[in-house]
Design a protein around this ligand. Sequence first.
Ligand SMILES: NC(=O)c1ccc[n+]([C@@H]2O[C@H](COP(=O)([O-])OP(=O)(O)OC[C@H]3O[C@@H](n4cnc5c(N)ncnc54)[C@H](OP(=O)(O)O)[C@@H]3O)[C@@H](O)[C@H]2O)c1
Length: 247
Amino acid sequence: MSRVLVTGSNDGIGAEIARVLTAQGHEVIRHARNAERADGPGYVLGDLGSLRSTRVLTEQVLRVGAPDVVVHNAGWGSKDETRPVTEDGLEKTFQINALAPLLITALLPKPDRIVFVSSDSITRGRIRLDDLQHEQEWTQDAAYADSKLVMAALAFALARRWPDVRSNAVHPGWVSTKMSGYAAPLTVAQGADTPVWLAGSDDPEALVTGTFFQDRKAIELNPQAYDHALQDAVLAQCLELCDAALP
Ligand SMILES: NC(=O)c1ccc[n+]([C@@H]2O[C@H](COP(=O)([O-])OP(=O)(O)OC[C@H]3O[C@@H](n4cnc5c(N)ncnc54)[C@H](OP(=O)(O)O)[C@@H]3O)[C@@H](O)[C@H]2O)c1
């Protein structure tokens, strides 16, 4: 059994991922942005919307114990019409969905598995190395889709960098949660299924790396995610923005 960190595990798909992994016998480190959003004690706390609080959160994780598996589930999309900026001066969607998972990964010892909860919105995403944070033109949808595409590119860059780590990305489906709205057709149990499988299963099909999954099946949604030169450039730029280095 593994020690598994699940970010954003107070609500939605992440809460279900944490519940199922716990029921399977894993030791789950649950995360919420603050004590008010945690439904009990025993959470590690930290807002992923700043580099400082992401670092504070990771220190708490290390005090519990280095995880064998990290599920980067927490995610965010702005509902406002203006470009959101963090205390570090970074575009907030990019910070939460792309930089925070990378910074957490960089500050922890190398785990055995990393699961990045991305999105099929990457199909319409585009990585622009000269404008990763949409300083020239910002829309909610582009900021979200592009940040999830950067996340997938980072997952696959790590897969190449660390052949002994299984680093994969997943689209959970259109799941009924507060993020997507409660009209979405899938339950959190359905949305959690593939992330849980990638986090804990010894099924040979789950023991791969550098792969994007939906419904336990490998899919390819955007060729930019598989471009090695682009992956390396995105990884370098994101590490520089985080002021971090990989272990
Ligand atoms: N639902 C879908 O149809 C769908 C589709 C594609 C991808 N996804 C992805 O699936 C993942 C889970 O989403 P969900 O649908 O379960 O949405 P959700 O219910 O809104 O859960 C998102 C989780 O991320 C946390 N989070 C957001 N911003 C944070 C921040 N600044 N600091 C710390 N934690 C933060 C939330 O905390 P709070 O509860 O405090 O806000 C919550 O725990 C996300 O990465 C999302 O992008 C979902």
